[in-house]
Design a protein around this ligand. Structure first.
Ligand code: C2E
Ligand code: CA
Ligand code: CA
Length: 894
């Protein structure tokens, strides 16, 4: 048996104490009752003995009186008197006892005289007082009284006898008569004495009977009550035992009982075994000191075993953080520590994780609002307050809807929430409202937190003020679509809008007019008054052009001093000419710059849709042609396109037919322009540029013949020729021992959309032996407009090992977003930006932005058209990787 079990037994005994007490009481009461019964019995017996004495004394007295009468010996008389003492004593006692306020001393005296034993006297008195009126005892007392009368008679007879004997007139006859009387009296006593004896005997028997019944009944009742109470006590003990066991064994925490003196483990539950991984036997031999790492600075008493504390427990050599609810107590006589131990490593871990996430949330740049299922705010972070202007205290408990959103968006938010509940997440942009009422665009993401029943318990709203991003995006958009100097749509935007207008007009059967406006003498202004003056002039001109036109007309700046205007819904040529005439007028007005009068004129060419062309490109070419005609005719005038005009520049038809024979006539030549690696000024690659030497027309620039070739379907054979020639040239350079070099070839959009392109290139590479990795294809953004198709083609080309470059980057239509989806290697910044980076802040900004964008997408940047050292320095500083331009080398023959 363990000490603990011993101690438990002691405590059990304590609980059993009332049971023991009850049974002791039963015993005591039983004994007492028995003693009382015995006492009563002995008192009765004392009565009976007294009665015996009384009756015997009566007999003796009668007999002694007889002897005295016959012998006349006074000794007998003396003995008679002696014998009479007893009944007289009893009589005295009886008479005294019959009085309500009897004198106990007199009674005692009488009883002593009647030879009652002194110890029996109190019992006799008590009994006489209690029982003399009860049945048999009343009878006995009556018999006793009757008997006494005759005894008294005997006394008076004795006196008479004495007188007779002592008298001088003594006669034997008289004596004999007296003696007869004595005999009669004596005989008379006898029946009363018998009655007295009988009644007493009956009384005694009845009393003893009653005493027995009473004793048995009382003891029996007591025993029953005792058994009942003990049963109840035992039941409650058993219940509390069971409860204790249940609590102890099913406790969620490990429970240990340690001996305070030795530290030994006395008792433990299942959970304790599971926590420690020890067997029962092992646990009984382990002391708490072996488990708990001592609290630093604590004295001998283990602090963690008193009150609630965190402590460290050694389990299998590892330290496990636990929470101990300790108490010092006694089990019986034994001082013990009771320790309730809970492993809190998981809790600490999650608390730590909570702290980390709380910290993260607090330090996030995004605003975070956590709401409950009813969308009432539970917590917000610092960034929330910074962005919205609301303090945490102002919003906790408030519904989120009307706190953060415009009223119109609150319903929208409710709809989103419905969605979030279904899908668990939502992300998008919404307009939020600050405390001061200011509206701002925000990127919002909402997610749900679910409880253990999978019901949504919280919503986590993370948002970001994206007004800055929006601004930046808008600025970039603007930069990409508008001419930064005049704020007019740039070439790309103009093309886009004008193209749409042409399509619209085609569908609606309406007429359009395209005006090509070129400022005359602008170059002179630039050269004479400086670029700033030129810029000012351009801005003024742009403003005036816009003022002359209607809101819906599309105006653009194509570059330099060239403007275009597309007039929609044109009713007559005359109207258009009137507008053009007004334009001439306002553009000729001149302006002042730095106190100097600057004046220019304009030449305007006009083409009409659908009369002069079915598409934008043709309309532009024809308006351009008309504009040249105007210049030829002395400037400051308007010309409407006429087919005859093209003849002057060799008719397109003519050119087309020439172009068809250019390849076989060997009129094409490839020029190569070096591309320099900025950091090393080393030639990294060359770009192949096509030249057309026409025997009669002379050199025709690619800007003229390439669009024509595209239009008449010659471009694929031309591109094939270029690829073939460039690859063969690459191999030739290699053969003469030059370092292998990368060659870039321009690919028209029409080529790019041709599904046969990869196969053709593959064939050429095989034929020439040129490595695919050294071939770079330059594609314009226009070619990438169909993103899905482009993606496939680019992937195919990329898989063949070729490099891919986006040419003329910055003037295209496409959003910047597409770049990250394409496997592109280079971005070539359009030379129109480079041309003015030194003078124009916007161009510098665009160039800088493109370089940053390329870097962020991991692309190499090539700047085209670098003509000056200044431009080169700027690009080097901005981190541009490669550059190409007249400054480093013009295109030249191989
Ligand atoms: P691109 O692809 O942007 O070619 C660069 C153009 O910029 C070339 O004009 C080049 O001579 C010119 N350039 C180079 N450095 C400078 C400089 O420092 N300042 C100035 N102002 N210009 C410079 P090029 O040779 O007249 O070609 C014009 C366009 O014709 C090319 O523009 C390209 O789009 C197209 N092209 C030329 N060859 C081919 C070809 O083989 N196939 C196709 N599809 N298109 C070609
Ligand atoms: Ca190019
Ligand atoms: Ca280019």
């Amino acid at each position: 048996m363990t000490d603990f079990q011993r101690a438990r037994r002691v405590s059990l005994q304590r609980k059993l104490f009332p049971v023991i007490l009850i049974f002791t009481a039963i015993c005591v009461i039983s004994i007492a009752l028995t003693l009382v019964a015995l006492g009563i019995q002995s008192t009765v017996r004392a009565y009976v003995a007294g009665e015996g004495m009384w009756s015997k004394a009566g007999h003796d007295a009668g007999f002694l009186l007889q002897l005295y009468g016959r012998t006349r010996d006074p000794a007998y008389l003396a003995r008679f008197h002696q014998a009479m003492e007893v009944p007289l004593g009893y009589r005295k006692a009886r008479l005294e006892l019959l009085r309500p306020d009897f004198d106990a001393a007199k009674v005692e005296q009488g009883l002593l005289q009647g030879r009652t034993h002194i110890d029996d006297i109190p019992g006799v008195i008590r009994m006489f007082r209690c029982c003399s009126k009860l049945g048999d005892f009343e009878r006995a007392v009556e018999a006793w009284g009757e008997g006494d009368k005759f005894l008294l008679n005997l006394q008076s007879l004795a006196n008479d006898l004495e007188d007779e004997i002592n008298s001088s007139s003594y006669t034997p006859e008289r004596v004999a008569a007296l003696l007869d009387e004595v005999e009669t009296a004596t005989a008379r006593v006898q029946p009363h004495a018998d009655e007295f004896t009988r009644a007493l005997g009956d009384g005694e028997r009845t009393l003893v009977q009653w005493l027995r019944i009473a004793t048995v009944t009382v003891v029996g009742l007591l025993v029953m009550v005792g058994i009942y109470i003990s049963g109840r006590i035992l039941q409650s003990i058993r219940e509390s035992e069971e409860q204790y066991h249940l609590l102890f064994e099913t406790a969620n925490d490990a429970v240990f009982v340690f001996d305070r003196a030795s530290g030994r483990t006395l008792e433990f539950n299942d959970r304790a075994m599971r926590l420690t991984g020890k067997s029962e036997e092992e646990l009984l031999h382990t002391r708490y000191q072996d488990y708990f790492v001592p609290t630093p600075g604590a004295s001998t008493a283990p602090a963690y075993l008193q009150g609630s504390h965190q402590a460290d427990m050694r389990i299998d050599g590892a330290i496990v953080p636990v929470e101990v609810g300790g108490s010092t107590t006694h089990l019986g006589s034994m001082a013990v520590y009771l320790a309730i131990v809970r492993d809190i490593s998981e809790r600490l871990k999650s608390e730590r994780a909570l702290r980390v996430s709380a910290n993260a949330m607090a330090n996030m740049a995004e605003g975070v609002v956590i709401t409950n299922a009813e969308h009432r705010v539970i917590s917000v972070n610092q960034a929330f307050s910074v962005i919205t202007g609301f303090d945490a205290a102002e919003v906790i408990g408030k519904p989120l809807h009307f706190l953060m959103f415009r009223h119109s968006d609150a319903t929208f938010y409710s709809a989103i929430v419905e969605l979030v509940i279904k899908t668990g997440k939502w992300q998008g942009e919404l307009y939020h409202q600050r405390k001061n009422g200011e509206i701002y665009p925000a990127q919002l993401s909402i997610s749900t937190v679910t409880d253990e029943h999978n019901a949504v318990s919280h919503f986590v709203n993370v948002f970001n003020d994206i007004s800055k991003n929006k601004e930046y995006e808008q600025r970039l958009q603007h930069l990409a679509h508008y001419d930064p100097l005049t704020q007019l749509p740039n070439r790309a935007t103009f093309h886009e809008r004008a193209h749409a207008a042409v399509v619209r007009a085609g569908d609606a059967g309406e007429r359009l007019a395209l005006l090509f406006i070129d400022l005359d003498g602008f170059k002179m202004v630039n050269d004479t008054y400086g670029h700033a003056a030129g810029d000012c002039l351009l801005q003024v001109a742009a403003g005036r052009i816009q003022d002359c036109l209607r809101q819906q007309d599309i105006v653009g700046r194509l570059g330099g001093d060239e403007f275009t205007a597309l007039l929609e819904d044109v009713t007559s040529r005359e109207d258009t000419l009137r507008v053009a005439g007004k334009l001439l007028q306002v553009l000729a007005q001149g302006t002042t710059y730095a106190n100097q009068e600057i004046s220019t004129f304009a030449s305007i060419g006009v083409s009409f849709f659908p009369d002069d062309g079915a598409n934008l490109q043709t309309l532009l070419t024809h308006a351009d042609t008309a504009m040249y005609e105007a210049k030829k005719r002395g400037r400051n005038n308007v010309q409407v396109f006429h087919p005859d005009m093209t003849l002057n520049k060799s008719s397109r038809m003519q050119l087309s037919s020439y172009l068809k024979h250019a390849i076989e006539g060997e009129q094409f030549e490839l020029y190569y322009q070096p591309c320099i690696t900025m950091r090393s000024t080393h030639m990294g690659s060359v770009e192949a540029l096509l030249r057309w030497h026409h025997p009669e027309l002379g050199d025709i620039p690619p800007d003229i013949f390439i669009p024509l070739a595209e239009e008449i379907g010659l471009i694929s054979s031309i591109t094939e020729w270029v690829l073939q020639t460039a690859c063969a040239q690459g191999m030739r350079w290699q053969a003469v021992g030059l370092e292998p070099i990368q060659i870039a070839v321009n690919i028209s959009p029409a080529n790019f959309w041709d599904a046969a392109l990869p196969a053709n290139i593959d064939r050429i590479l095989h034929q020439t032996g040129f490595h695919a990795e050294r071939l770079c294809l330059e594609i314009t953004e226009t070619a990438l407009r169909n993103q899905e198709k482009s993606k496939q083609m680019l992937a195919q080309l990329n898989a063949m090992g070729m490099r891919l470059a986006i040419d003329d980057f910055g003037v295209g239509y496409s959003s910047l977003n597409y770049l990250k989806h394409f496997p592109v290697d280079y971005l070539k910044i359009d030379r129109s930006f480079i041309a003015r980076i030194a003078q124009d802040r916007s161009d510098a900004a665009i160039t800088r932005a493109i370089i940053a964008l390329a870097k962020s997408l991991d692309l190499e940047v090539i700047a085209e058209g670098v003509e000056t050292a200044e431009q080169g320095a700027f690009l080097l500083l901005e981190g541009c990787d490669e550059a190409q331009g007249y400054f480093f080398g013009k295109p030249m023959p191989a």
